[in-house]
Unconditional design. Structure first.
Length: 239
């Protein structure tokens, strides 16, 4: 039974993380406000989540100083969103969004605002796995050899490629698990670039759901060019 079928017994929220400055894009505005197909990148992401029918609420986390753009971003969406202010780190931005969700939410999905081509099936599969295992993430098997360097000058290790995965978002968690993981991380001054890192420190092993190569994270000018090509080829509406 998929999540959409059994959703009557679950309350689900999505946190769309758009709190970063996007320095790697080299733009004078945060990358999530740049446009593909005539609309801001994160508008397409919000539209996909809003129209999926999977969520009872959506929380949009925006960078400090950019909250005034929320009305523009939420224009025309089937499901509106609460707005939270981002922090100096992604981890703080997620926590700010998480505390805006209702206490009776069962499953929380966290998704990067700059991944506009996520498929509804990926959203549903990740949330279903989180409901079963407590935590889950979309990921893709590594196609290239990945090296580890301790000093940035020489290779220290080359792990076996078959063991390596490119971790994406969406990621989903039972709300209580994610909230406790964030609280513990904050108290211990332990910082992570990924929510799975936080829950794994509590001994929880997130389930892997196969993502998609088109679930692109737009962080550079080259990514933006690729995104435009994807949008032209199949549109942002593809399930």
């Amino acid at each position: 039974m998929d999540l959409e079928t059994q959703k009557g017994g679950l309350k689900c929220a999505a946190i769309v993380v758009a709190g970063g400055s996007g320095l790697r894009m080299g733009s004078n505005i945060p990358k999530q406000f740049l446009k593909i197909a005539g609309k801001p990148i994160m508008w397409w992401t919000l539209k996909k989540l809003s129209e999926s029918g999977l969520f009872d609420e959506i929380v949009l986390v925006l960078p400090q100083g950019w909250l005034s753009r929320a009305e523009e971003l939420l224009d025309g969406l089937a499901l509106g969103a609460r707005v939270a202010e981002g922090g100096p780190r992604r981890q703080i931005s997620v926590l700010n969004g998480l505390t805006e969700t209702d206490d009776d939410i069962d499953i929380v999905l966290v998704h990067d605002a700059v991944r506009p081509f996520v498929r509804k099936k990926t959203l549903s599969d990740v949330m279903e796995a989180a409901a079963k295992y407590g935590a889950a993430t979309a990921a893709m098997p590594a196609k290239e050899t990945i090296g580890v360097s301790n000093d940035g000058e020489v290779l220290s290790e080359v792990p076996e490629r078959s063991r390596l995965w490119h971790v994406q978002t969406p990621q989903a968690f039972r709300r209580d698990i994610l909230l406790e993981a964030h609280k513990e991380g904050l108290e211990a001054a332990t910082y992570a670039t990924d929510d799975c890192q936080l829950v794994m420190r509590r001994g929880i092993r997130p389930a892997i759901v196969h993502g998609s190569e088109e679930n692109l994270k737009i962080t550079s000018p080259m990514d933006l060019m690729i995104a435009e090509q994807i949008a032209m080829r199949r549109g942002t509406e593809d399930e």
